[in-house]
Design a protein around this ligand. Structure first.
Ligand code: ADP
Length: 210
């Protein structure tokens, strides 16, 4: 059976510090899900390389990396995981973390992915998210989490540039999940939304295989 043309995906969406990475990693460890974070991919690129230096100029200021470069790196990484069979598009649901992050990216990725469900991690308490990010800065040695001004800038980018992405998807596929609470509590709510999607996906795969 051939791989689907558009990868069936769950989009983890939410402001910085809302737990996309934490929840994505947990979900990605469950059979049938493959998690890819664009932020993690960027941080894994050698900072001494030309691409690494360019990316760092943006990420260290809390700005978005240019769209074409972002989508190209994301797609190349995804293709590499497919080639290695680490990600098996026929079987696995792709857990998107950090992309699309603006309207232009929504257009650029739409031929590659079929978004079945959006998990909208919402949190009104910006100060709580900032506290989480400060802890993350120490734990993960992240330059973009260390500076108050950069953090505020990332929230600004989220509010003005990323949030409109939500309007590109039908309301009925958006599950809003309160991001505050323990990782286990948030995970329980995410699983409630995604388990029926995964069951339906397995059903489709079984029907195609016959
Ligand atoms: P967070 O969601 O907590 O801000 P991420 O690890 O997802 O953290 O992203 C870190 C940084 O990487 C972003 O602030 C941005 O500079 C860059 N980045 C991540 N995803 C994208 C994207 N889709 N487009 C452009 N830049 C991105």
């Amino acid at each position: 059976m051939a791989s689907p043309k558009r990868y069936r995906s769950i989009l983890l969406f939410g402001p910085p510090g809302s737990g996309k990475g934490t929840q994505g990693k947990i979900l990605g460890s469950v059979p049938g899900f493959f998690h890819l974070s664009v932020g993690d991919v960027f941080r894994s690129i050698d900072i001494g390389s030309q691409a690494g230096q360019l990316i760092y100029q943006y990420t260290s200021n809390g700005q978005l990396v240019p769209d074409e470069l972002t989508v190209q790196i994301w797609k190349n990484t995804l293709d590499a995981y497919v080639a290695l069979s680490t990600y098996k598009p026929r079987e696995d649901l792709l857990v998107l973390d950090g992309i699309p992050r603006n309207l232009a990216q929504t257009e650029l990725v739409k031929d590659h992915i079929d978004i079945l469900q959006v998990i909208n991690l919402s949190c009104d308490d910006e100060e709580d998210m900032i506290r989480r990010m400060r802890r993350r800065a120490i734990r993960e040695n992240r330059a973009d989490d260390a500076n108050e001004e950069v953090i505020r800038n990332r929230f600004e980018v989220f509010r003005n540039i990323s949030k409109p992405v939500l309007e590109c998807y039908p309301e009925e596929i958006i599950s809003t999940v309160e991001a505050k609470g323990s990782p286990a509590e948030v995970l329980r709510k995410i699983l409630t939304a995604v388990i029926p999607i995964q069951n339906k996906h397995f059903q489709t795969v079984r029907e195609l295989v016959g």
